[in-house]
Write a protein that binds this ligand. Structure first.
Ligand code: MRU
Length: 363
């Protein structure tokens, strides 16, 4: 029998082959292709081209990626390698991977965490060979942590809804964007296990269709009652009273709660406010960037025009040479957000204070 998509690992490490294994998400749902990434270029391309995507998943892929690259850098003569020359190359590869996508903070968060581990181990007098082992453990821990965090977000999110509720989600903040459960889908999966019978609406999410290709696919595979809608239909389903809550993921939450997520999220938030539907952002603490005061300072990734004009179509669907604006993310103002659901609890306005308190309590 065919394996369901949610039985696959989103990101995996193969220490023997020195590769990061991912599902090529650009081929879903038509083809489940598992690919192995060995080189810095392959890892960078996989992240940039969205073969692996979703803030937590790219963090995990980058952590595993920098680990296998660290092994390459140390090479065969690992016992003889001196730290300074190792670190110089490690840092260059880290900066290179970090340049793949600018908005999702988990990418730099995971890479910085790996770098800090490396520096600390050196300061403790560890040899490069030991540092490599420590990096391997840290990369695996980042993945395991992601699974625990998503589950905790799921439990907290589930407390905000009741059996039979209608839930709308945008983009894919699902298992495919993390290592298990997803963030915005975690309450849905936990509810599914407990017989909540949610009715889920998945926005298709133009232009890259993460909602149609990924969210609708993974939820359907898990047996969830999911209905696919075009992005411009969310107002109608909310006005009809079919949606009791919106759950979305995020790529970077500023210290004041302004939230960058897939383009179109802020429209959903505005519509939800109009129809009195609570709008919840599901955010691992690793996605909250306390160094970015407000959404204005979040760098928004711009992507190629072809994603809008011709990708997915048999022939171009816009006039040749047309000007195109294709930001991958938008920022939802904090006043449109009912609550931010993290692994440590549920933060409400004023977010600057509630998120800071959550951070302090989590230490
Ligand atoms: O461009 P993508 O597909 O990486 O965008 C993904 C999103 O916007 C997700 O909602 C976000 O990363 C949260 S994933 C748990």
């Amino acid at each position: 029998m065919n394996k369901s998509i949610i039985e696959y690992e989103t990101v995996e490490l193969d220490d023997n082959d020195n590769s990061v294994i991912i599902i090529d998400q650009t081929r879903l749902p038509g083809k489940t292709e598992i690919i192995r990434l060995h080189t810095a270029q392959e890892i960078w391309d996989a992240i940039y081209l969205l073969k692996v995507r979703g803030a937590p998943a790219i963090g995990v892929a980058a952590a595993m990626g920098i680990y296998i690259l660290a092994k390459e850098i140390a090479g065969q003569q690992i016992e003889k390698v001196d730290f300074d020359s190792f670190y110089e190359k490690f840092k260059a590869q880290k900066d290179y991977l970090n340049s793949a996508r600018p908005t999702a903070v988990n990418l730099s968060w995971a890479l910085n965490r790996m770098e800090q581990v490396c520096i600390k181990a050196h300061e403790e007098g560890k040899a490069v060979s030991e540092i490599i082992e420590i990096l391997g453990r840290e990369a695996r821990e980042i993945k395991e942590e992601d699974i625990r965090v998503c589950k905790a977000i799921g439990e907290n999110g589930l407390s905000l809804v009741k059996p039979g509720d209608g839930i709308l989600t945008h983009c894919n903040a699902g298992q495919l964007a993390t290592c298990k459960y997803g963030t915005a889908t975690a309450p849905i999966y936990l509810g599914q296990e407990r017989g909540y019978h949610f009715r889920v609406f998945a926005d298709e999410t133009r232009p890259l269709l993460q909602g149609a290709r990924l969210t609708a696919y993974e939820l359907q595979s898990a047996g969830v009652d999911v209905t696919l809608i075009c992005d411009n239909m969310s107002a109608m389903v909310m006005k009809n009273g079919w949606v009791n809550a919106v759950f979305v993921g995020c790529d970077r939450v500023a210290a004041n709660g302004d939230t960058a997520n897939k383009i179109g999220t802020s429209v959903v938030a505005a519509v939800a406010k109009r129809y009195g539907v609570p709008f919840y952002v599901c955010a691992p603490m690793s996605t909250i960037d306390f160094n970015t005061p407000t959404g204005t300072e979040i760098e928004i990734e711009q992507r190629p025009a072809e994603e809008v004009t011709q990708m997915w179509y048999k022939e171009p669907m816009a006039p040749e040479g047309i000007k195109v604006f294709n930001p991958a993310f938008d920022v939802t103002d904090n006043e449109l957000i009912t609550a931010i659901v993290t692994e440590h609890g549920i933060a409400r306005a004023p977010f600057k204070e509630s998120l800071e308190k959550m951070r302090t309590n989590a230490k």
